[in-house]
Write a protein that binds this ligand. Structure first.
Ligand SMILES: [Zn+2]
Length: 296
């Protein structure tokens, strides 16, 4: 993946301490200055020593840059949060809560809470896929590599949809029946003239054409892997990256948390060509203007 680099040195220079993080957060939330709810105008706000708030120069009305963000009411230093986001965004295959615990020097409980919150930032709604879309399912988690219908005990099933040269979506599904897979396709893939869906010969995909998509099938059982533009190699490559990540970094992923692991891989995948380093785009998601609450 090519991704703009944001190095450890960059991080240390930009965020030397908690105050620098808070200042950055303030500028993110109020890029055009803070409108004082009491004075009813844009005034200068000053950092209040020892507190995570800024106060209006005239009336003392305070605002908290962390209100409404994942950092609010957390005892963990802001810089540790920023560091966690940096670590989770910077490593290609992801980082486990256990590694976060070591890097941040916090308890496992705290590391896990931070981990879950940061992964939530990676959960995004993307536009329905279009163009050439490859669809495939796979078994992940558990101890052994499984194949459809056998050796799959303890594993979860993931369904992946990948737009060639575009975005991907991956969902944990209860089974590979048509009544499970087809509604997901209809929800995530646009029915447009230019959309072509590529799958293998799994019978559950038989109705893809009937419900309104152009559909090309590769016969994997007949050792056919590429037929013209028909193949599912892109989604299969994505599965191997995800599996390497889960096996190599996150040894014990409970099925309950697999979806959020998938979300974090998919987030990195969908942002692989970003100009802005992933770390900064993630930080930009910690709050939205609508969440900017003012505290008195
Ligand atoms: Zn004021």
């Amino acid at each position: 993946m090519k991704m703009a680099k944001f190095t450890t040195k960059d991080f240390d220079e930009m965020f030397p301490d908690d105050d620098a993080c808070l200042e950055w957060l303030k500028n993110l939330r109020w890029p055009d200055g803070i409108h004082c709810a009491k004075c009813q105008k844009i005034t200068k706000f000053y950092k209040r020593a020892g507190l995570k708030v800024y106060a209006c120069e005239f009336c003392g009305h305070s605002v908290s840059p962390t209100a409404g963000t994942i950092f609010h009411k957390s005892d963990t230093p802001l810089r540790s949060w920023f560091h966690a986001i940096f670590l989770m965004a910077s490593t290609k295959t992801g980082i486990s809560a256990k590694q976060l615990q070591r890097e941040l020097g916090v308890t496992y409980k705290t590391a896990w809470r931070i981990f879950k919150q940061v992964r939530k930032l990676m959960d995004e709604n993307i536009n329905p896929l279009t163009g050439q879309v490859e669809i495939d399912e796979t078994y992940i988690g558990g101890k052994r590599t499984g194949k459809r219908g056998r050796g799959a005990s303890g594993k979860s099933i993931a369904m992946g949809m990948v737009e060639r040269d575009g975005n991907a979506i991956a969902k944990i599904v209860p089974d590979i029946k048509a009544k499970t897979l087809i509604p997901l396709i209809e929800k995530q893939v646009a029915k447009e003239n230019k959309t072509i869906v590529f799958t293998d010969e799994l019978p559950s995909y038989n109705n893809v054409e009937r419900i309104g998509y152009a559909h090309e099938i590769v016969q994997h059982a007949a050792k056919q892997y590429v037929r013209g533009i028909a193949h599912v190699n892109t989604v299969e490559a994505l599965w191997s990256t995800i599996k390497r990540g889960i096996d190599g970094v996150n040894h014990h992923v409970s099925p309950l948390y697999l979806q959020s692991y998938l979300d974090s891989y998919i987030y990195r995948y969908n942002h692989r060509n970003d100009e802005q380093p992933l770390f900064q785009s993630l930080l930009g998601r910690v709050s939205t203007p609508r969440q900017a609450e003012q505290l008195s």
